[in-house]
Design a protein around this ligand. Structure first.
Ligand code: LLP
Length: 385
């Protein structure tokens, strides 16, 4: 149930805060795992989307592995009960300290993003007396048709090993005794709703995979990354992402050999819809041309997506039932980018009203900062009100 059902109790909380609908989280996880397990697919949760401890523990409890992009994320995953054997670790800039830590934990696999990194992991694994399991993250040059800041798999992107270097990677593997290649990894972008992107990805992966196999490299794991999008415009109509179509498509198009496991790293689609940012209206004012402004106590430091990606989050007034007016909703931060929405139609909105920014469970709290020395937003859970 969305925050609207709990408005009375939420009134008492210190704003701004993230509200999490734990039933919706559980329902989403159930659906994702039901649909993926039809085909024997393994889901890892991309921890970067939200590292709230309760949420992470819930996700691990349901049986997801974890996809990490820093040593601290690896630590969090393990501390929250994820077996190291279910942790994958990507990132273009893993530090020596982070690599050493992940080696010591004996994680399932490093998703390696450059030849140089491959050599460093080999050296550090040698020092540690270990053999590192690695998957090569290949940049497949697939256009995800999403915002350019969240596109990661095109040829000029900083992520992954370019197809022009794949030969060199294979050649160097032979001379690196402390790394063992267990698979390939891909991730082309985020908030992907156009299923043809995943179709293109599957076709590219089939080509790349068979090319590796022709070189005599046995691949036990194929990791397609994350990226499945959610409906920011209609969170109540589509509270759960379309896992059924997504996994069915991959099952139909990806060529999987006997003994090969297909992995996913889902972030947004698991946690976006269960979270809302709840903020309180402080002031009303108008611009010279008469635009009505409502100033709220949450800002771009709490939810950065509108400022950074011009992202849309549905805004609702939980406490007013007055006549509908159009508002610009702005936060307190000293930046003109600190605007949550323009031309937002809301019932008459004034001081003390609670507003909800929907679909904020992914990349909301995890990207929050203390800019302007604001406090970090709190967290309120539907099952602990
Ligand atoms: N795997 C890798 C290697 C990734 O880089 C990402 C996300 C994921 C998996 C999870 O992708 P998802 O299923 O969440 O789409 N802050 C941005 C999104 C950045 C995504 C970064 N990488 C936003 O708020 O839209």
């Amino acid at each position: 149930m969305s925050a609207r059902q709990y408005t009375e109790r939420l009134q008492l909380q210190q704003t701004p805060f993230y509200f999490y609908d734990m039933d919706l989280l559980r329902r989403t996880l159930e659906e994702a795992l039901r649909e993926s397990s039809r085909y024997g697919f393994k889901v890892h949760y991309a921890l970067k989307a939200n590292f709230d401890e309760r949420i992470v523990r819930e996700i691990i409890r349901t049986g997801c592995g974890i996809d990490c992009v820093s040593g601290n994320e690896v630590r969090m995953a393990i501390e929250c009960g994820c077996p190291a054997s279910e942790v994958v670790y990507a990132g273009v800039g893993k530090s020596d300290k982070e690599i050493r830590y992940a080696l010591q934990q004996d994680i399932f696999a490093f998703n390696v993003e450059s030849l140089h990194e491959l050599e460093i992991i080999n050296a550090l694994a040698g020092e540690a007396g270990r053999k590192a399991r690695i998957a090569l993250r290949i940049n497949p040059n697939v256009d995800p048709r999403t915002h350019r800041y969240i596109s990661t798999g095109q040829s000029e992107s900083k992520f992954g090993i370019s197809y022009t270097e794949v030969n060199a990677a294979i050649a160097s593997l032979a001379s690196l005794p402390n790394v063992e290649i267990v698979g390939l990894h891909f991730h082309v972008g985020s908030q992907i709703l156009d299923m043809s992107v995943f179709e293109n990805l599957c076709h590219r992966v089939n080509d790349i995979k068979s090319w590796f196999e022709e070189q005599g490299i046995r691949l036990r794991h194929i990791n397609l990354g994350g990226g499945l999008g959610v409906d920011y415009y209609h969170p109540d109509r589509h509270p759960v992402a379309d896992f059924a179509s997504y996994f069915a498509l991959v099952n139909r198009l990806l060529k999987v050999d006997a003994g090969q496991t297909v992995h996913f790293e889902l972030g947004r689609s698991l946690v976006a819809q269960c979270g809302e940012l709840i903020t309180r209206v402080l002031y009303n004012k108008q611009t010279a041309s008469g635009t009505r402004i409502a100033v709220v106590d949450g800002g771009m430091n709490d939810l950065m997506r509108p400022a950074l990606y011009q992202a849309y989050h549905k805004i609702e007034n939980l406490t007013s039932s007055g006549p509908v007016e159009s508002y610009m909703i702005v936060g307190p931060i000293c930046e003109s980018a600190d605007v949550f929405g323009r031309d937002v139609e809301l019932p008459a909105t004034g001081r003390g009203d609670l507003l909800s920014l929907r679909t904020a469970g992914a990349y909301g709290m995890s990207m929050a900062s203390r800019y302007n020395m604001q406090d970090l937003p709190g967290a309120v859970y539907s099952d602990r009100l």
